[in-house]
Design a protein around this ligand. Structure first.
Ligand SMILES: [Fe+2]
Ligand SMILES: [Fe+2]
Length: 175
């Protein structure tokens, strides 16, 4: 594999692990603040980020390249508001998208087709993740910065009815 691309993939691992760690910390804080729907959403996001990191690791290992796990900093343990938390999620996702686009350009320059195929999956994934974060943030800004509005959004998230995304097959079923 192209040395620059390999280095870039290893550097990208850090963003995925950092996001996973932060999202898990957010989930803890959201649970403590009586928002179980938001907490479940962030816990799932945390698991997804680990799966993303593993996808890159598997790709490198399968190609007999060296994957190096990064150190991960301690995440924050509290946020001022749910809106601030969700704003941070969106910024995180935008930073990951920028890194994916950068890797994609490197893979194209190196004519590395397996890497291009891998990164194509991530291009779509990032589009969905940004859309979900933006949709939830939009709903918070519409009427969920406090009290009842926030509780309503929390209930939607608890049902798996993610704004901006198709509902899961069992969402909205028997309650
Ligand atoms: Fe990710
Ligand atoms: Fe993500």
């Amino acid at each position: 594999m192209d040395a620059k691309l390999l280095k870039g993939m290893n550097e990208h691992l850090k963003l995925e692990f950092k996001a996973s760690h932060e999202y898990r910390a957010m989930s803890v804080w959201l649970s403590a603040n009586d928002l179980p729907g938001f907490a479940t959403w962030m816990r799932q996001q945390s698991a997804d980020e680990l799966m993303h990191a593993q996808k890159f690791i598997d790709h490198m290992v399968e190609r007999d390249q060296k994957a190096v796990l990064p150190a991960v900093a301690q995440p924050p343990s509290s946020w001022k508001t749910v809106e601030a938390l969700c704003t941070h999620v969106l910024q995180n996702e935008q930073a990951v998208t920028a890194s994916i686009n950068n890797l994609y350009a490197m893979a194209e320059a190196a004519k590395d087709r397996p890497a291009i195929v891998l990164l194509q999956w991530f291009v779509n994934e990032q589009m969905e993740e940004e859309a979900a974060a933006r949709a939830i943030l939009g709903r918070i800004r519409l009427g969920g910065t406090t009290g009842v509005g926030l509780l309503m959004i929390d209930q939607e998230l608890a049902k798996g009815a993610m704004p901006g995304m198709p509902a899961s097959p069992d969402a909205g079923g028997a309650q």
